[in-house]
Design a binder for this molecule. Structure first.
Ligand code: V47
Ligand code: SF4
Length: 373
């Protein structure tokens, strides 16, 4: 029978937790105890450091050929209220102020445009790389890559190679949602399934790209589905090794079918912390766990740093996916605010680039600092 003593011993010995142990942990009400265990792992791996970066999100279009039930961002017709498409040549001027302010990464994801072809996406990378060669382009989820395969008839390998030639440097972790088909068929049946999502990341890793992974939780899934998801990622990482960060994504219920039709609600802070902590415990081969402040709120992200997370994401500047779904957080965080949140939680802020080279290690907090308001 699974019990705290065995799990604690395994965590202290650096041994891998099983699927059953993951499910058992989710069922435990003692989130502090789960957090303490996750913190043992996090401190062993990263000491007192918390990473952030200077990034800017770019969502080129919200027109989408798919209809995911949790999505509040997509529009389906060019004349639908709020629908937009930025053409590639418009984008540099949109993002220039961020570049001038020192941003080092563009995080580029968006809708699967039903009419524009693959060249639209290739051109976005080419133009941004030409204008801003020093900026890292972290672009397109595995779902987008698979959509490009469908558009062009090319293989994932050919699609990714073309994008790398155009300037792609790494890939974000979106589109993973919940892999288990019992859930996936209800929330996003059109999307690349588990096997395809994994195959894209496998190909990316073999082409030398680092990628991230996510899990969208807090909608219709059970704990078993979450643990199945984590174990699937862990197995893929054993094979291809290129995942660098895992980001649990809390479902936001406004303006989407799941929120409206099924009356799904916001996740609770306790579930958010538990999910982060168990992710840290289960994913023994993925180095970083991100507390995405836009989604969690900076306040909860700060607490998450003591529940296994070691990364806060970055400055972001413009965020649409979560704000369309009801997020009340701001769109942007300055570097000095990020540093304050991190230091006030008792950690040492470290500015990183996208692939975790340390760019600047800031002073560790020496005394308690009240959080700025
Ligand atoms: O794939 C969409 C999720 C993802 C909702 O790699 C929603 O560093 C909650 O993947 N409620 C895109 N979540 C965001 C993403 C991401 C974010 C930050 C950092 C990184 C990274 C990746 O957002 C989608 C989907 O899973 N999403 N709608 C919603 N209503
Ligand atoms: Fe389209 Fe992505 Fe929204 Fe699904 S989650 S409807 S693929 S924009």
């Amino acid at each position: 029978m699974t019990n705290w003593n065995d799990i604690t011993e395994k965590v202290h010995a650096g041994e891998r937790l099983s699927y059953d142990e993951g499910v058992w942990l989710f069922a435990q009400p003692d989130v502090i105890r789960i957090g303490k265990l996750a913190q043992t792992v996090r401190r062993r791996q990263h000491g007192n450091k918390v990473y952030f970066n200077k990034n800017r999100h770019i969502n080129p279009t919200n027109l989408c050929a798919y209809h995911c039930n949790f999505c509040s961002f997509a529009r389906f017709k060019p004349d639908s209220p709020g629908a937009y498409t930025h053409m590639p040549e418009e984008i540099p001027d949109m993002v220039r102020p961020a570049v001038e302010a020192g941003v080092r990464e563009f995080h580029i994801v968006g809708g699967l445009h039903p009419e524009l072809g693959f060249d639209y996406y290739v051109d976005i990378l080419k133009i941004l790389k030409r204008e801003f060669p020093h900026i890292h382009l972290k672009a397109f989820t595995a779902v987008e890559i698979d959509f490009f395969r469908e558009l062009t008839g090319m293989s994932h390998h050919e699609v990714l190679s073309t994008l790398i030639d155009a300037g792609l440097d790494s890939m974000p972790g979106g589109g993973a949602e919940i892999f288990h088909w019992d859930v996936r068929k209800k929330i996003c049946p059109e999307k690349a399934n588990q096997e395809v999502w994994m195959a894209v990341h496998d190909t990316a890793h073999r082409l030398g790209l680092k990628t991230n992974a996510t899990m969208l939780y807090g909608h219709i899934e059970q704990y078993e589905h979450r643990v199945h998801h984590l174990v699937a990622l862990r197995e893929q990482q054993d094979k291809s090794g290129g995942f660098q960060t895992f980001i649990p994504l809390a479902f936001h219920p406004e303006e989407n079918n799941l929120g409206r039709r099924l009356n799904r609600e916001w996740t609770t802070g306790i579930d958010d912390l538990k999910t982060l902590a168990i992710s840290r415990l289960m994913l023994d081969n993925i180095p970083h766990i991100k507390a995405y402040w836009v989604m969690l709120t900076p306040e909860l992200a700060q607490v998450a740093l003591s529940f296994g997370a070691n990364d806060m994401d970055g400055t972001i500047i413009e965020e649409k996916i979560y704000h369309d779904a009801g997020a009340r957080t701001s769109q942007e965080m300055t570097v000095s605010a990020l540093k304050k949140w991190i230091r006030a939680a008792g950690y040492q802020p470290v500015e990183r680039d996208t692939v975790y080279n340390e760019l600047e290690v800031f002073d560790a907090p020496t005394e308690y600092q009240p959080v700025m308001r």
